[in-house]
Ligand binder design. Structure first.
Ligand SMILES: [Fe+2]
Length: 245
């Protein structure tokens, strides 16, 4: 057991049986993920082969870029289930959205019920360039509206890499953190891997997600881990079980 946790493993070897993934871009043609139904098929088959047991896919809701509405996302989900009936059943495909927290997001919180991962858990992200000026107001509004906030890939926001204290502040106001699995392989660079390791070591990671968009992300699961201690990652993998309903 000790040697297992000390040796460098391949990411794919850590995927637990029946793993529930809560972040991906698999519905073709509605964001920067799968472009065609063939892409969707390839990604779902690959995830099934990797051992994923359930997939809650999360197309972007990103105003002006991926301007999806709830109806557009749900309609595409229904279409994918018709096109790939057996495969979508095998991976228990479900749908939610990854919402960009921008200037217009407060308005959306007030005007509609967001597509959640399950229950009140909503997946949100920030721009990679800078956080929204009113970030803490938005988080407060989400909490006030009864949502559990799941912040996508906190380790990928470069503007926080030299301000690690901000992560404690985000946790304090109720953010749950979803680590991107490929971050621990160095896929997004060494600084992201270091930040992922810091967050894992500090017990700040609540869940994990694949954030799979395309075949390179699938290949990334063949990579070795860059982090030393695997235990917090194994625990975070297991924590995703709460979404298995
Ligand atoms: Fe994403």
């Amino acid at each position: 057991m000790i040697s297992f946790f000390k040796s460098k493993a391949f990411l794919k070897d850590l995927i637990p049986t029946g793993f529930v993934d809560i972040h991906s871009h698999l519905l073709f043609g509605i964001d920067d993920g799968a472009k065609t139904s063939e892409d969707t098929k390839f990604l779902l088959e690959s995830m099934l082969a990797l051992g994923f047991g359930k997939i809650i896919t999360t197309p972007h809701t990103t105003p002006y870029i991926w301007d999806n509405t709830k109806d557009m996302i749900v309609d595409k989900y229904e279409e994918v289930k018709v096109v790939l009936p057996e495969l979508t059943q095998s991976v228990s495909l479900r749908v939610a959205s990854e919402y960009l927290m921008d200037d217009s997001f407060s308005q959306r919180i007030q005007s509609e019920r967001l597509l959640t991962l399950q229950g009140d858990y909503v997946l949100v992200e920030m721009s990679y360039i800078n956080p929204p000026i009113q970030l803490f107001d938005i988080l407060f509004e989400l909490k006030s509206a009864g949502y559990q906030i799941v912040l996508a890939h906190p380790e990928r926001y470069n503007f926080y890499h030299n301000n690690l204290e901000i992560y404690k502040k985000l946790k304090k106001v109720g953010c749950l953190f979803q680590l991107n699995l490929l971050s621990v392989t160095g896929y997004y660079g060494s600084k992201v891997a270091e930040t992922a390791e810091y967050l894992l070591k500090s017990a700040m990671i609540d869940f994990v997600g694949s954030d799979i968009h395309h075949s390179n992300h699938i290949k990334g699961f063949e990579s070795k881990l860059k982090i030393k201690d695997k235990l917090p990652l194994v625990e975070a993998f297991a924590a995703n079980k709460i979404f298995d309903i």
